[in-house]
Design a protein around this ligand. Sequence first.
Ligand code: NAP
Length: 260
Amino acid sequence: MVDLYSDPMTREQPSPVAVITGASSGIGAATAKALAQAGFRVVLGARRIDRLASVAAEIGDAAHVVPLDVTDAESIASFAAQATALGPIEILVANAGGALGADPVVAGDDDQWRTMWETNVLGVVRTVRSFLPALEAGGNGRIVVLGSVAGHQVYPGGGGYSSAKHAVAAVTDTLRIELLGKPIRVTEIAPGAVQTEFALVRLGDQAKADAVYAGLTPLVADDIADAICWAVTRPAHVAIARIDLFPRAQAGARDYHREL
Ligand code: NAP
């Protein structure tokens, strides 16, 4: 990883701040570690404070833990106030999200759909809104939003999650246009299968979660963190609009090669 902040001209300045939502596990935790390694101070937000504290302990002094529930507007406002108090914000990784259930549309559970839309869509929208002034003031803002292959394709049993991630993609594309002329770049990261706690949270059962990855080598959280770090460390005139990442054994939302 290139340390962009070790240049002697800038070494005396406080490191810029990167904010990562959903940093208590999976992609968010890996991204917080990678960005800290790249020289950023990192603000870690999520609901499980004990898990955030474990991630922060691995990172050291560069990490700041702040409680966050992205379904709660007041929690986001408090999170943003505490993060922006640390100094100029350069990067927001709006990663908090996930899926609940895998029922067909006709059998879907309203509460699960509501939570998916509140978390993935409104959570991202409210978080971005809260950090826009700080990102603009810093003069070199990068917003990274965790979309999904499910935000661009659909699959049976994925209606609730896929509709939410389609909305995430639409919001992200809209922001990119609306922020033209401001010093802010907007990137969507759209992974296929990444082995994290995602499938366990979704299906509520470890055996079912393991079956999601049976017979193939999935991506891991570090693969996504690596892509995010690459995207946010391009020169200031280079905007990475979207990165689609699959395991080698995946070619779309429902196309897998499994060796069972
Ligand atoms: P994960 O290990 O389950 O992590 C999800 C993170 O989101 C956790 O840190 C969780 O923290 C946080 N979160 C969930 N609801 C939240 C809320 N209301 N407020 C604050 N934080 C919340 O799953 P992951 O794979 O790393 O998922 C990260 C992102 O990648 C998600 O947006 C997911 O949709 C996306 N994605 C994942 C995959 C995949 O295959 N894994 C593929 C494509 C896209 P707390 O529970 O502690 O709050």
